[in-house]
Design a protein around this ligand. Structure first.
Ligand code: GLN
Length: 234
């Protein structure tokens, strides 16, 4: 995992109490556990009242209400997903309506295309369930990692602290894709949070800021699969 530090220095981990949400009854959200910030996402899901479960094999996709694809290194995650026989079942499930949330490398993986930082097409396995083309490592060498306060459409309560780590931006966004947040760059405004139907993607790492609002936006949008599925209450 050469281009992904294990932790952002000085950044608190999302941990602690469940904030009143009854995660035991919430929607079942699989976290693709091949690489990346799996534990931090599980903690965030717990905080917003969802049941996080690890996904490592195709059978783990059964009985999920949603799937979360963490950051890490998108080429590695894509190749591992292929080796574990997960790429095709994941693609099929999401195309059939399974809600998905991809963060950073996970957001790249959901898209239909990816570019390298210099704009050349990247030949890497992708899920192709989101009409986006991400530019990898788009923010350049000087700011490979940075934080920003972002207004995100649909997220109330003021700007969200966003942790970008060798982050992509969405270079191309199809007509059916809503842009929920953008960042001003020397090249102009670039989309960093997008949504298309039940697929949500963020170029940054919402699991690292201690702020669960993007996870909550995702979890509260999930269809209730059974009467036992509780609406998150925090
Ligand atoms: N730079 C990585 C990639 O292109 C993504 C980095 C991350 O997930 N923090 O796959």
């Amino acid at each position: 995992m050469a281009d992904r530090p294990a932790r952002v220095p000085g950044e608190p981990l999302a941990r602690g109490p469940v904030e009143g949400a009854d995660a035991a009854e919430g929607p079942r959200v699989g976290v693709l556990a091949l690489q990346g910030d799996v534990l931090e996402h599980l903690r965030m899901l717990d905080r917003v009242g969802a049941r996080g479960v690890l996904v490592k094999r195709p059978a783990d996709l059964d009985a999920l209400d949603a799937i979360l694809v963490p950051g890490g290194e998108s080429t590695t995650i894509g190749k591992l997903a292929g080796m574990y026989g997960l790429l095709e079942p994941l693609r099929e499930r999401i195309r059939a309506g399974l809600a998905a949330f991809g963060t950073c490398a996970g957001a790249i993986l959901l898209g239909r295309g990816a570019l390298l930082a210099d704009g050349r097409a990247s030949d890497q396995p992708l899920l192709g369930v989101l009409d986006t083309v991400a530019r990898r490592n788009a923010f350049g060498r000087q700011v490979t990692s940075f934080e920003a306060d972002l207004e995100v459409a649909g997220v109330d309560g003021g700007p969200l602290r966003a942790v970008f780590i060798r982050a992509p931006w969405f270079e191309e966004v199809g007509p059916g894709v809503e842009v929920l947040a953008s960042v001003a760059t020397p090249a102009g405004e670039r989309a960093v949070v997008v949504r298309q139907g039940r697929v949500l993607a963020s170029a940054f790492h919402p699991e690292l800021s201690g702020d669960p609002r993007l996870h909550r936006l995702f979890v509260t949008s999930l269809p209730r699969s059974s009467p036992a599925s509780a609406t998150p209450r925090c």
